[in-house]
Design a protein around this ligand. Structure first.
Ligand code: AMP
Ligand code: TRP
Length: 334
């Protein structure tokens, strides 16, 4: 049997090059080697304040972005979390075997909670739902960016706790491992924080070249390069050099290194070269997205078909879990 992978993404609207390079590009490659489940996690999204019609719009837009980026529904199962109720069912079960202390020490929780006046239980329990997402499919690998490593550690604790209590030999749930890429943490245009929609420091994968240029042009570079004739060090360039490494051919990356160190290029020259390479990669994605946007019903149908496929696996796992826990099933097997 082909090993399974699972990953999720929040419906923040348009994909940006951070979550594209950190995760989604990897999904597109891995879908050829693994039985793949990719989920737009709208139940996770409602742990932050939101507007219902806006959430629905962003969820659809995220699905468009994923399909345009190359997630292929004939290879991978792409679906919406809210259309597979077993996710929340398993999350409840996992809540009963997750130590509170493990949740309270999650960095993502502490960061988000610090910004809120009143912290809801859903925010604390967010990683329990994430563990349920993954383990429902008995997935062994989870292609994500670096910021998700701690959540995955917790998924392994949850798998271990549940196995120890209800199915020690053989252990029922695998302990899922992160599958990171070289571009596991893309810095935002501010050159400081991780690229993130909520920080407004992103480049969207569907942005027009002119708009991408407006963002690249003022981006910070190595502070040593005040004038075009000042020599620089690419590894001190927080945004442009890492993006060259992600988008440009190897020969161009070498050219960038030499031309920066010898001050043969100004930063604007370097940024123009980067723009060309970003646009080369994103143009076909933008064109596919335009096509998908003109047919929203097709996208909705793809997601519904994905949810139906996902439920076949999810309901089997829930059946096994309930049987082992002494929880009677509904007469329809659910
Ligand atoms: P999110 O958009 O926050 O739901 O994240 C979706 C996926 O993209 C997760 O696997 C994240 O780890 C990854 N990701 C998000 N932002 C970045 C970033 N700036 N750099 C690398 N990976 C990222
Ligand atoms: N917490 C992840 C993020 O913010 C999204 C997510 C939810 C996820 N469930 C998942 C990622 C399961 C991987 C596997 O990016």
């Amino acid at each position: 049997m082909m090993a399974r992978i699972f990953s999720g993404i929040q419906p923040s609207g348009e994909l940006h090059i951070g979550n594209y390079l950190g995760a989604v590009k990897n999904w597109v490659q891995l879908q050829h080697q693994f039985e793949s489940y990719f989920c737009v996690v709208n139940y996770h999204a409602i742990t932050a304040a939101y507007d219902p019609p806006e959430l629905q719009r962003r969820t659809h837009e995220m699905a468009v972005g994923l399909l345009a980026a190359g997630v292929d529904p004939s290879k991978a199962t792409l679906f919406l979390q809210s259309q597979v109720p077993e996710h929340t069912e398993l999350a409840w079960i996992f809540n009963t075997i997750t130590p509170l202390g493990e949740l309270e020490r999650q960095v993502a929780f502490k960061e988000k909670a610090a910004k809120q006046e009143q912290v809801m239980a859903g925010l604390l329990n967010y990683p329990v739902l994430q563990a349920a997402d993954i383990l429902l499919y008995l997935a062994e690998l989870v292609p994500v960016g670096e910021d998700q490593v701690q959540h995955l550690e917790l998924s392994r604790v949850i798998a271990r706790n549940w196995n120890a209590r209800f199915s020690p030999e053989p252990p029922y749930f695998p302990e899922p491992q992160p599958r990171l890429t070289h571009t596991r943490r893309i810095v935002g245009l501010d050159g400081q924080s991780k690229m993130s929609k909520s920080l407004g420091n992103t480049i969207g994968i569907l942005e027009e070249p002119e708009s991408i240029w407006e963002k690249l042009r003022p981006a910070v570079t190595d502070p040593a390069r005040q004038r075009k004739t000042d020599k620089g060090e690419p590894t001190k360039c927080p945004v442009i050099y890492p993006l060259h490494q992600a988008f440009s051919p190897e020969a161009t990356v070498h050219e960038v290194e030499t031309n920066c160190r010898q001050a043969k290029w100004g930063c604007i020259d370097c940024k123009k070269s980067l723009l060309t390479n970003i646009v080369n990669e994103l143009t076909p994605i933008r064109e596919r997205a335009r096509d998908l946007q003109s047919n929203p019903a097709r996208v909705t149908e793809t997601l519904e078909a994905g949810a139906a496929k996902a439920r076949v696996v999810a309901s089997k796992t829930i059946r096994h879990v309930k049987e082992k826990m002494g929880l009677p099933l509904a007469s329809n097997g659910g």
